[in-house]
Design a protein around this ligand. Structure first.
Ligand SMILES: Nc1ncnc2c1ncn2[C@@H]1O[C@H](COP(=O)(O)OP(=O)(O)OP(=O)(O)O)[C@@H](O)[C@H]1O
Ligand SMILES: [Mg+2]
Length: 331
């Protein structure tokens, strides 16, 4: 990783502060770095805190959830402590976000071309015609057929795949340095999903945009990202290069996820589901959050929470037993 990462998330802790001053921690001490132009995936089961982590970076936390501690350094500036107007100025030209369901992010009563043109007009100071030309060009680059005509369409007149391309065109219209994607292709069918992923990758490469990509789908992260963090119950349990983690996981949860996912390179691979369910945020166990589901857990795992520590070159895992387990069971 380069010395000065584009994004450096340190000890990020998110939660809910209740009226009686008690606190429920949802995301607990998350650390990761993203270099310029890097493609970083965050995977994990539903409820592990992927979306909230991403939303904290985008300044889009839902009402009631707040940053309890930690920092989010973006090009040397801490977003958590930055005044609201400073953060608003970053949204668009520096940091953009794409959501799973474009209909919730698109304005239903505004033509899509105008929606794409909005951010370049505001942030790049482009005139109306110039911004419109850029919007059509962005639509063309995202592979939308007949973009000059479609720029005048309303979101409901377009298919799900085209709407997602509009979202990508909007997000990339000011060539942001960082693009945050929350399950951007989950609602699309598999062939369209593949096209949209390739498109995102290509456009980000063209503009040097770094990607933080949240998904529950290991296949998608394998196709799209070079680095990943695996989240479980609000914490990162493993971090490393996608190819290396997939070939040789060092946390029992990562191994469980890989064993329970279809492997297209090995069609005879037997799928084994992880037993049980992740803990409820209001009822997390005292020790390692994964211990109750972990076949390798020993007494100590139920008592203390393991820190994320280096286990291999360029690899970290949060498991007391990692060295013992994975020396005996190499991939
Ligand atoms: N607005 C909210 N108020 C209270 N709790 C919330 C809120 N949003 C999310 N949570 C809780 O925070 C936890 C993490 O949510 P998050 O949306 O980050 O999960 P996720 O990993 O993105 O899951 P999914 O794969 O289902 O999208 C969940 O247990 C959820 O119940
Ligand atoms: Mg989510």
């Amino acid at each position: 990783m380069s010395e000065q990462p584009l994004l450096s998330v340190r000890g990020l802790t998110l939660g809910i502060r209740h009226k009686n001053d008690s606190v429920t921690t949802i995301v607990d001490g998350v650390d990761f770095e993203v270099a310029e132009g890097e493609r970083f995936g965050i995977v994990g089961e539903s409820g592990s805190g992927k979306s909230l982590t991403l939303r904290a970076i985008a300044n889009l936390l839902p009402r009631g959830v707040e940053v309890l501690s930690g920092s989010i350094d973006y090009r040397g500036r801490d977003l958590v402590r930055m005044p609201a107007d400073g953060r608003r100025r970053l949204a668009g030209p520096e940091i953009a976000m794409i959501f799973q369901e474009p209909m919730t992010a698109l304005n239903p009563v505004m033509k899509v071309g105008e929606q794409i043109a909005e951010s370049p007009r505001r942030h790049l100071g482009l005139g109306k015609e110039e911004a419109h030309r850029l919007a059509v060009e962005m639509m063309r680059r995202t592979g939308i057929p007949d973009p000059a005509r479609r720029a005048h369409a309303y979101p409901h007149e377009l298919s799900g795949g085209l709407r997602q391309r509009i979202m990508i065109a909007m997000a990339l219209s000011c060539s942001p340095k960082l693009l945050l994607c929350d399950e951007p292709t989950t609602a699309l069918d598999v062939t369209v999903q593949h096209q949209v992923l390739r498109l995102l990758e290509r456009l980000c490469e063209d503009t040097g945009t770094a990607l933080v990509f949240v998904t529950h789908d290991l296949g998608v992260v394998n196709q799209t990202c070079r680095e990943l963090a695996v989240m479980y119950a609000g914490g990162i349990v493993e971090r490393g290069k996608v190819k290396e983690v997939f070939a040789d996981p060092r946390h029992p949860y990562t191994k469980g996820l890989l064993d329970s996912a279809p492997d297209f390179d090995r069609p005879d691979h037997e799928l084994v589901a992880i037993p049980g369910f992740p803990p409820d945020v209001f009822d997390r166990p005292a020790g390692c959050a994964f211990a109750p589901r972990c076949v390798y857990a020993v007494d100590h795992c139920l008592e203390a929470s393991p820190p994320l520590e280096p286990v291999l070159p360029d690899r970290e895992a949060a498991c007391f037993e990692s060295a013992t387990i994975f020396e005996r069971t190499p991939a």
